[in-house]
Design a binder for this molecule. Structure first.
Ligand code: SF4
Length: 323
């Protein structure tokens, strides 16, 4: 008979064994465009992970997928028209790919959307940043913030609280604007689509609106829901993509080497902070897959081993191979 706790230990070991690490891509992932640029470049360049992922984090990601399905199911059941789940998008300069959670019909147009699950602290910060009352949101169980009513330069909610969600939304809108085939939704089989889509279709196509992007947010602590419309900002995403392109040019076609590691460190976007007279890494870095590689040049930081992990390619014997 299993000893107490054995089944859960087995479960956690199984979860850990399912972790295949960072998915190797030839370009950027749309969903992480806003994540620290150095982290993205380490991943694209194929650097090995230096931090073991906690089974707890793997469980958090799995829960996020379940919540996404639940929110989409609830939207549909309550009368929203949601189509094109997991639709693939790709774009160039720099190369990037990803899939949207779906398209939702609002005001006769389809909008891109994504579902986010977040804990209570992050949720409260987000709503406060939107200038709204988190207590009202929690009391009423639902709150929507629509920045279409404010001047774009004043817009700050998700951009300030979760920049990576902001850049993800901007990245998808920019990709859609750059490709004709992403700007309309084709009704392949009118008999299978909702009446509402038939009503707004022109030549069996429904326009995809790209003035903004919807985020549906689920508070994991108490199931409060929140909705935010993120306005498109062409200048901001152009600037972000220019930085990504600059990073991509630094690593493209190069083997892992000390020189490449140093070049990628130039793209770090998160600095350590001083706490109780010690230099410590912020949570994003402590959880980062490449933490030791990234900060090996700064051994004075707490938790950094100060030894360059061997992230070089097997065939880069000189350690400086950039061919
Ligand atoms: S450790 Fe921090 S700064 Fe370095 S790549 Fe990761 S997130 Fe970026």
């Amino acid at each position: 008979m299993d000893t107490p706790g054995a089944p859960l230990r087995r479960l956690l070991e199984w979860i850990s064994s399912q972790d295949k690490g960072v998915r190797q891509r030839s370009g950027f992932s749309m969903s992480t465009l806003g994540v620290c640029m150095a982290k993205q470049l380490f991943a694209i360049a194929g650097y090995p992970l230096t931090n073991k992922r906690q089974p707890r984090m793997l469980l958090v990601w799995r829960l996020g997928l379940l919540i996404e399905k639940e929110v989409i199911a609830l939207l549909r059941m309550s009368g929203d028209v949601v189509v094109a789940g997991q639709k693939e998008f790709d774009a160039a300069d720099p190369p990037r790919e990803g899939h949207i959670d779906g398209l939702i019909l609002r005001d006769g147009k389809l909008y891109l959307f994504d579902v986010k699950s977040i804990n209570k602290d992050g949720f409260i910060r987000w709503i406060q940043c939107a200038g709204e009352s988190p207590w009202r949101a929690m009391r009423e169980g639902w709150y929507a913030f629509d920045p279409r009513t404010i001047v774009q330069k004043d817009y700050r909610p998700v951009k300030e609280v979760n920049p990576s969600y902001y850049w993800q939304a901007q990245g998808y809108m920019q990709a859609a604007l750059s490709r004709e085939e992403y700007r309309t939704y084709l009704l392949h089989d009118l008999s299978e689509v909702e009446e509402a889509l038939k009503d707004v279709a022109v030549d069996e196509k429904v326009e995809i609106a790209l003035d903004g992007f919807y985020l549906f947010v689920y508070n994991k602590n108490d199931s409060t829901l929140y909705e935010e419309f993120v306005p498109y900002d062409a200048d901001a995403i152009a600037e972000r993509l220019a930085l990504a392109q600059q990073g991509y040019e630094q690593i493209h076609g190069k083997r892992r080497s000390k020189k490449l590691t140093a070049a990628i460190r130039e793209f770090r976007e998160i600095e350590p902070e001083e706490k109780k007279k010690a230099l410590v890494l912020k949570w994003q870095c402590r959880r980062c897959d490449f933490m030791q590689t990234c900060w090996a040049d700064r051994p004075e930081i707490q938790g950094v081993k100060g030894v360059e992990p061997n992230g070089e390619s097997k065939d880069s014997s000189s350690g400086e191979a950039d061919g």
